[in-house]
Design a binder for this molecule. Structure first.
Ligand code: SAH
Length: 222
């Protein structure tokens, strides 16, 4: 078992209070973030006072970042998740968001294109007994391992230049995708509800500014 000192549990209580003050109301989400030790997903070298700062994104391997706790909460709340829903997460990164989704009872499939992160995070999630299925790939052309499968929810944790229509095909009818879209430095969070197969039936809500690492194509085998 990895450590979770009482000090961190107290900091998580403060984090959850601050998330509520910012408008996060999803009770199962708040319970998951209260329970889950974020330090397990962060580099050991990190100054621990930053761990539960709701506005602090944290640098991880391969020049990627774990989103701020507020952003994790905001995106997850937008998903309107119910237990047992299938969720495709694009951008496994540290696995923190993956674990939040698992704690909320979702059946999670997560994809990462950086092989270093994929291997490390798959091992970490396994050691913590999360059953999320981890894939190495980029999702642009679908996952060969999951051909034909459609998800209830898709959560993209990297910024797309435009809406990836391939991802929309992986969403069930009446499914919801939450995705930051736009050029780096000028992204907006979108929630897209798929009311039918054709783009005129994709209800697109633009919900506020976002700042994510870019969504890139191809695998990185380094
Ligand atoms: N959800 C993560 C956030 C990681 S940052 C967490 O909680 O830690 C976004 C991640 O998306 C990075 O690890 C990056 O390598 C990955 N990424 C970027 N483009 C991708 C793509 N096309 N497919 C899968 N992962 C991608």
């Amino acid at each position: 078992m990895l450590p979770d000192p009482p000090k961190y549990q107290a900091w998580r209580r403060r984090m959850v209070t601050q998330l509520k003050e910012r408008g996060i109301t999803d009770a199962r989400l708040l319970a998951a973030m209260q329970k889950l030790p974020r330090q397990w997903f962060c580099p050991d070298t990190l100054l621990d006072t930053l761990l539960y700062d709701i506005d602090c994104a944290i640098q991880i391997d391969c020049n990627q970042t774990i989103s701020k706790p507020y952003t994790v909460a905001w995106q997850t709340q937008l998903l309107q998740l119910q237990p047992l829903m299938t969720v495709l997460e694009v951008g496994t990164g540290s696995g923190y968001q993956t674990a939040v989704l698992c704690e909320m009872g979702a059946r999670v499939y997560t994809v990462e294109r950086q092989s270093v992160l994929f291997r490390k995070t798959k091992a970490l999630l396994g050691s913590l007994h999360y059953t999320a299925r981890c894939f190495l790939g980029d999702c642009f052309n679908g996952l060969p391992e999951m051909k034909g499968f459609q998800y209830d929810r898709i959560l993209v944790t990297c910024g797309a230049a435009s809406l990836p229509t391939g991802l929309m095909q992986m969403l069930k009818t009446s499914g919801v995708m939450v995705i930051p879209i736009g050029p780096e430095g000028n992204q907006r969070m979108h929630r897209i509800t798929k009311k039918g197969e054709t783009p005129d039936l994709w209800h697109d809500e633009t919900l506020g500014d976002a700042n994510f690492v870019p969504m890139l194509e191809g695998k990185n085998f380094l």
